[in-house]
Design a protein around this ligand. Structure first.
Ligand code: SF4
Ligand code: SF4
Length: 203
């Protein structure tokens, strides 16, 4: 998801004059996840646990069993002094979806029940998603599922300037980079990073 070649955020030419977007709260992006995951990073988990009053490792373990799953992640990085950058692959956490419609367990009647504590990925959609703002093709593909993106392509919705887009997209990059370094420091062992994780969560 995060194969950015450098710190520089790549913005597709089409979005250089800004992006229009107003969520229509249809809940469609919170279900049917065949094409992707909702990634959660350390601050997301802390915030959500606090919001749900989940405390201590044993409660966190139960929370993880119910709501989380281990998913694949990657980061494109050039070590100082290395001649080439390479893609590092490792594990991270994402939401576990349930039901035939694969819905997020915090979605009720098409509304997010943890709105104030929802993960960065949910808050940042779409202008903080590098894979959308750097690819018109991805943006159009996602618009088939999201009516607000569809409207955006017709310049309908709240206006976000190039500066706002770059701010959100840089934040996404920094979150992913920070997690990459955390994993690297911990030998890419997710159990060292999240000590509460039940061992059987990684197959
Ligand atoms: S946390 Fe809320 S916004 Fe994010 S996927 Fe779940 S229901 Fe949707
Ligand atoms: S699919 Fe688009 S319009 Fe519907 S809730 Fe998600 S972001 Fe909003």
């Amino acid at each position: 998801m995060n194969d950015l070649a450098s710190h520089t955020i790549q913005l597709a030419k089409k979005f250089e004059n800004g992006v229009y977007f107003t969520c229509e709260m249809c809940g469609s992006c919170c279900q049917g996840f065949k094409e992707g995951e909702v990634y959660l990073y350390q601050d997301d988990i802390k915030k959500l646990a606090k919001h749900l009053n989940v405390k201590g490792n044993s409660e966190l373990r139960e929370f993880a069993k119910k709501y989380l799953k281990v998913v694949s992640d990657s980061f494109f990085w050039k070590e100082p002094g290395a001649t080439r950058a390479k893609t590092y692959r490792y594990k991270t956490l994402g939401f576990k979806f349930i039901g035939d419609d694969e819905h997020c367990q915090f979605l009720k009647d098409n509304e997010c029940t943890v709105h104030e504590a929802r993960p960065f990925q949910c808050r940042a959609f779409p202008i903080g998603w590098n894979m959308l703002i750097n690819s018109v093709k991805n943006f159009i593909d996602y618009s088939k599922k999201c009516p607000a993106l569809h409207n955006s392509l017709e310049n309908k919705g709240k206006y976000y300037s190039k500066e706002e887009i770059l701010k959100w997209a840089s934040e996404e990059y920094e979150i992913e980079k920070t997690f990459f370094f955390t994993m690297k420091k911990n030998d890419f062992n997710i159990f060292k990073v999240y000590s509460f994780l039940p061992k059987d969560m990684v197959s």
